[in-house]
Design a protein around this ligand. Sequence first.
Ligand SMILES: O=C(O)C1=C[C@@H](OP(=O)(O)O)[C@@H](O)[C@H](O)C1
Ligand SMILES: C=C(OP(=O)(O)O)C(=O)O
Length: 426
Amino acid sequence: MKLERVNKLNGEIQIPGDKSISHRAVMFGSMANGVTKIENFLPGADCLSTISCFRKMGVSISQSGTDVSVVGKGMGQLKEPASLLDVGNSGTTTRLILGVLAGLPFHSCLIGDESIAKRPMSRVTNPLKQMGAKIDGREYGNYTPISIRGGDLKGINYISPVASAQVKSAILLAGLQAQGETTVREPHKSRDHTENMLKAFGVNLEVDGLTVKIKGGQELTAASIFVPGDISSAAFFLAAGAINPRSEIRLNRVGTNQTRTGILDVLLNMGASVTQANSVTDQAEPMADFIVRTSNLKATEISGDLIPRLIDEIPIIALLATQAEGTTVIKDASELKVKETNRIDTVVSELSKLGADIEATDDGMIIRGKTALKGGAIVSSHGDHRIGMMLAVASTICEEPIQLEGNEAINVSYPSFFEHLRNLSE
Ligand SMILES: O=C(O)C1=C[C@@H](OP(=O)(O)O)[C@@H](O)[C@H](O)C1
Ligand SMILES: C=C(OP(=O)(O)O)C(=O)O
């Protein structure tokens, strides 16, 4: 796909529904008693993989665009799938569904694409085995294909070595089906959509700082869920608006959960002009409209507790840093190596091709700005949606057109991305 520089970006868009929240709404709706209605669902490939897996376990789910209705089966009532559960490209589907399956007394087998086959699953399968699930797979259950036979779980007290909402959620979902109490503690706070949504489905859980405690044997009651726009998708247009001249973009109804707003902190530290309007705070998940304008950016440092609050935004932050005065340092981010691609390597290799001054480190990257991006190169998403979108945003400021390979990967989280980019471009 050929992509060219734009004059400016102007206008208003509705950012598609949050991917993390969309997955959870389908999963929890499937386990609940009653019918769950989901509005502003993300019809991206990852969330469609979640729907297809739960349909294979006997759940009736109707989906028409962004409207979804899930006829819940009730706890423990999902049925043994007759064929493989295909998780596609989705790490969230894989890890959370393992937590659901761990509590169910039947056999199932998970497969996914080439990228999923490289992503470590023992961070979830090891604690689930400790709880009593029988799991095997490549390298004893670290990589797909993974087979699991669940049931008869006992609660655990688990101290996670990584700040990962996928690990935390898998253990909480297993804990919900286990005897006794389950506790998960993480080193830094990761996104808390599971905790918020379980509460909305009537589950009692205790959150105390970095620890979450849940009692087994609780039922879920169907809920109505409005999914706010995904701040991880909004991030691409926040960056695009800040780095393009004479630009102003309004992004409506974007999620503002504190565990996800690291990108806003970074933009403000870099001196970007981002304001909020119409904030809604009386729902399980808060949201607001964002307005971003052309900005003079300065370098920043990103590390520690901030990392889990912006983990998926690091590729686009790297592009922002190429347009900031000074040296931006990103560290403590080795989790980037186990995403859809090794995002330290793919960000550095593709941005270098466009003319950025960027260097990989063991747990992050160093970017020196401000650099005029020349472009005029063939770049690739490497099958990673976030790398593809970052490169498409980069093309809007490149001196020469670029050729983007693997643009179809963007369907994973933002099927209307190019339509939105075209509509805003002048
Ligand atoms: O729980 C979730 O919905 C997600 C958690 C994060 O992964 P980790 O839990 O591996 O950090 C994030 O990168 C992913 O895009 C979605
Ligand atoms: C890492 C991501 O997703 P997942 O882990 O669900 O594949 C992402 O969306 O950037």
